[in-house]
Design a binder for this molecule. Structure first.
Ligand code: 0WD
Ligand code: CA
Length: 464
């Protein structure tokens, strides 16, 4: 990460970022699934917003959020990149590349349109981290029987001798998701795209990257770096590990590693390998294994195709269809007081909500850990009802702010990244307390769309 970035900014300085977002795109959210779900209505709408459905024009607050900030791009402490200085573009004089502010008050408008996510596909990663275009790693929700709600789980069991950890130093980027896209390219192209794009979506990314974007207005600890390339009409977004995150990963204490293990172990106690099976907590925990759902949805004017790892399905639950059938499993330190619960709602539930709301996962089941590594209580959170838990707390986060910010961020990406070239990478950086800024890179070290993918998708290009 020593290369010097190119001068930033699109061809000409934008007059207003609001060009990228139409006022109509911030209308009240709408729920019903579109005809692309075959008209099948089940499980209700993608609700979960911060209040009643409204159709109102963009508020002054959210409009202000779309205006470019006059501030120059700030150095992101998480990266070794030099920021582009206004003076680097000689013709532009004192023009500075636009930045995107993140203050919650700027995004406090009505909940934006978010289409109910539809599952487009599934894939699995096996114990050796090999990709399979099927659901072989899907597991089944198998909680302890209601008559015996006190689970006898020992979350520490097996940490020393039955734990196979994924090699996290190997950066995978979008690799497995791109494998899925490439394998489904005929279908993706056939889905009809007015622009004739080989992949019919404005954005392709991991769900986890969008989770980070959603929670940005309320995040005070960890920044992020997202690399973006425009290729054949689709923006690909792939996270780059910040220096701070890398340091944290490499220096993770044994205690933190054990805590992470306890989260995976909880999954083993709560899931079975077959629909009618029982959990086998004696097995090895192998974090190479994953089951991912690929969903398609729309946020305002942006169509999204993203994949997320999900823990299990509950085909007998109230929402048998994917992706609503999926259940997210979480562990958390036991809560002893109303103050602790309030803090949990403010700081932890926002991440849980964002992660599950994005792909339309309907339920989160939490195991509250006691100091001895047992689970003191289980609690279910319905994703769509989480806003009810927090709306009484005035200082709490708001789902609409998260979604409006995400919409503004995606509009910002569209506005900035306009050159269709998989070798050109814009690096968007954010650190708490600063606006989102970006730098441009053409060197191989930043390129993240693999050559095999570019070739595969290019080959399928329709003759002009
Ligand atoms: O290569 C990388 N640096 C990363 C790879 C960073 C982040 C994720 N991934 C991989 C994951 O292993 C998985 O294959 O991407 C896929 C998941 O993407 P996602 O669903 O978009 O990620 P996210 O929502 O952040 O995490 C979902 C689950 C986690 O569940 P919890 O309950 O912990 O949020 O994916 C797992 C984890 O179970 N997961 C990981 N497992 C091992 N190592 C990691 C990781 N670094 N990140 C997520
Ligand atoms: Ca989980």
């Amino acid at each position: 990460m020593t290369s010097r970035p190119e001068p930033t900014g699109p061809g000409s300085p934008p007059t207003s970022l609001s060009d990228g977002v139409r006022v109509g795109a911030l209308r009240g959210w709408e729920g019903p699934a579109r005809a692309d779900r075959g008209g099948a209505e089940s499980g209700g709408e993608q609700r979960g917003g911060g209040g009643a459905a409204r159709r109102s024009p963009m508020t002054e607050g959210s409009k202000a959020a779309m205006e470019p900030s006059a501030r120059p791009a700030k150095r992101s402490s998480g990266t070794a990149e030099a920021p582009a200085e206004p003076g680097e573009s000689p013709k532009r004089g004192r023009w500075a590349p636009p930045t995107l502010p993140t203050e919650p008050s700027l995004y406090d408008g009505p909940f934006p349109f978010y289409r109910r996510p539809a599952e487009e596909g599934r894939f699995s990663l096996d114990a050796q981290r090999r990709y399979h275009p099927d659901a072989r790693q899907l597991r089944y929700f198998a909680p302890p029987p209601a008559e015996h709600p006190d689970p006898a789980f020992d979350l520490r069991h097996g940490y020393r001798d039955r734990y196979v950890r994924r090699d996290e130093s190997r950066r995978e980027g979008l690799e497995h998701l791109l494998q899925w896209v490439a394998g489904n390219r005929d279908r993706l192209r056939a889905q009809g795209d007015a622009a004739g794009r080989p992949v019919n979506a404005d954005f392709v990314t991991w769900r986890g990257h969008l989770t980070k974007v959603l929670t940005t207005p309320y995040e005070s600890q960890e920044g992020w770096l997202l690399a973006v390339s425009l290729f054949r009409g689709t923006l690909y977004v792939s996270e780059v590990e910040t220096a701070a995150a890398r340091q944290q990963r490499e220096q993770r204490s044994d205690m933190l590693q054990e805590l992470a293990y306890m989260g995976y172990k909880f999954e083993r106690y709560m899931c079975a390998d077959t629909p009618d099976g029982s959990p086998d907590p004696t097995g090895v925990v192998n974090t190479n294994e994953a089951f991912c759902t690929v969903v398609r949805t729309r946020l305002g004017s942006h169509s999204l195709l993203f994949a997320g790892e999900v823990d299990c399905t509950d085909p007998r639950g109230a929402w048998p269809e994917a992706p609503a059938c999926y259940v997210e499993l979480k562990t958390c330190k036991e809560l002893h007081s109303p103050a602790q619960r309030k803090s949990f709602y403010r700081h932890k539930l926002i991440k849980w909500w964002a992660q599950s709301f994005l792909p339309g996962v309907s339920r989160i089941v939490a195991g509250f850990r006691a100091p001895d590594g047992s689970v003191a209580a289980l609690e279910t959170f319905e994703t769509m009802k989480i806003f009810q838990l927090i709306r009484g707390d005035r200082g709490c986060w708001k789902p609409a702010v998260c979604m409006n910010f995400c919409e503004a961020f995606l509009a910002f990406l569209k506005r900035v990244v306009t050159e269709d070239d998989p070798q050109l990478v814009h690096l968007f950086a954010w650190e708490p307390g600063s606006p989102v800024s970006y730098t441009r890179h053409r060197d191989a070290e930043h390129v993240f769309l693999p050559a095999w993918y570019v070739e595969t998708i290019s080959r399928g290009k329709r003759p002009d």
